[in-house]
Design a protein around this ligand. Sequence first.
Ligand code: FAS
Ligand code: PHB
Length: 391
Amino acid sequence: MRTQVAIIGAGPAGMLLSHLLAADGVDSVIVEARTEQYVLSRIRAGILEHSSVELLRSAGLGDRLSHKGIEHRGIYLQTPGERHHLDFVDLVGRSVWVYGQTEVQKDLVAARRAADQQIIYQAADAAVHDITTDRPYVTFTVDGKAQRLDAEVIAGCDGSFGPSRAAVPQTVKQVWEKIYPYSWLGVLADVAPSTDELIYAWHPDGFAMHSMRSQTVSRLYLQVPNDTDVKSWSHERIWEALSTRLGASIDGWSLQAGPITESSVLPMRSYVQTPMRHGKLFLAGDAAHIVPPTGAKGLNLAIADVSVLAPALTALIKKNDPTLADDYSHTALQRVWRCTHFSWWMTSMLHISGDPFDAQLQQSQLRWVSSSRAAATGLAENYAGLPLHIG
Ligand code: FAS
Ligand code: PHB
């Protein structure tokens, strides 16, 4: 097989890249380890930044988002007894949208199917070859049969466990990684949200968040120790902890419980690998970076990477102009580091470390962000107002 761009990974980064390249007349083939249904069923991100919504709409992917998505002006930051609303529209003129990653994936699958995009699912043992030559290729097996896909360039959109990030030699790459001393227990519940906008709550028992997927489905998170076994948390214990951390101290407010339909424990880490390009291999999304989800940046960063990579590959392939491709890693990393810092800052501010000094600093920082317009504007700019391309 031969194509212009071989894309490994059919998650948001790979599917959106294929869509944007096709709009520029560049062909691609996507190689995915899992089944379409498995990729669609993964419960992940929930928030789209203003710039992500604008990009999806400009790419013809905004119809369902406009009908199913829920636009939010801001978020609530909370300490025991104090719930403060940050109005992003008032502070930086930009909102955010509640629209689950599963919905984004559905839209991408529908768009690529309508375009007869070739996506090879259940491709095992994908590997990249000759990435420092002009004839790179990907090998993999389907139903035990060896396959080879030749391409002009390879896009590694294969997330944190794929082969692409490992294909960059140790002598070339730099890796930064921080493992946080806690995880999130996330639940999906068939119950109407008890809040109009997201609540991020600092509490001495641990962080809690109230998000949502629709007016009838809530998405909630609890800080738990690393290596927590999700089976050790009964649904009753989950609702009790959420109610305590989110609202027992907020007069007149109570958390509505309901049937939990999914629960899982998500470890938290920051990871950045540079450069995001080596020879004819270009990394995008989680293949190059991971952020703790407290800043709602993971999916949005994948979209931002691809918004830089697509025109770079188009210029390289159609005009033989390497300028944007040569700048890709540097350009993408400006936003990657900004979002990595913001995600670390939100995580460090809101999660209990067990150190009483930390707790005092966290509460002081939350009081500052809730009382100072300058501080609130800084949070709002990072959460909702970053442009797709920084610097
Ligand atoms: P993805 O991981 O989505 O996609 C990579 C694709 O590559 C997958 O389909 C995978 O099957 C495929 N692949 C991997 N290895 C392969 C191989 N060898 N061959 C072929 N294909 C291969 N972000 C938030 O903003 N908020 C959240 O609440 C949040 N929750 C998350 C929960 C979990 C459990 C995880 C893992 C991530 C979460 N994220 C969250 C981050 C997440 O949304 C990512 O940022 C987003 O999926 C990034 O998209 P991709 O880069 O496309 O990577
Ligand atoms: C979610 O709805 O899954 C979500 C929202 C905001 C975050 C993280 C996750 O910061």
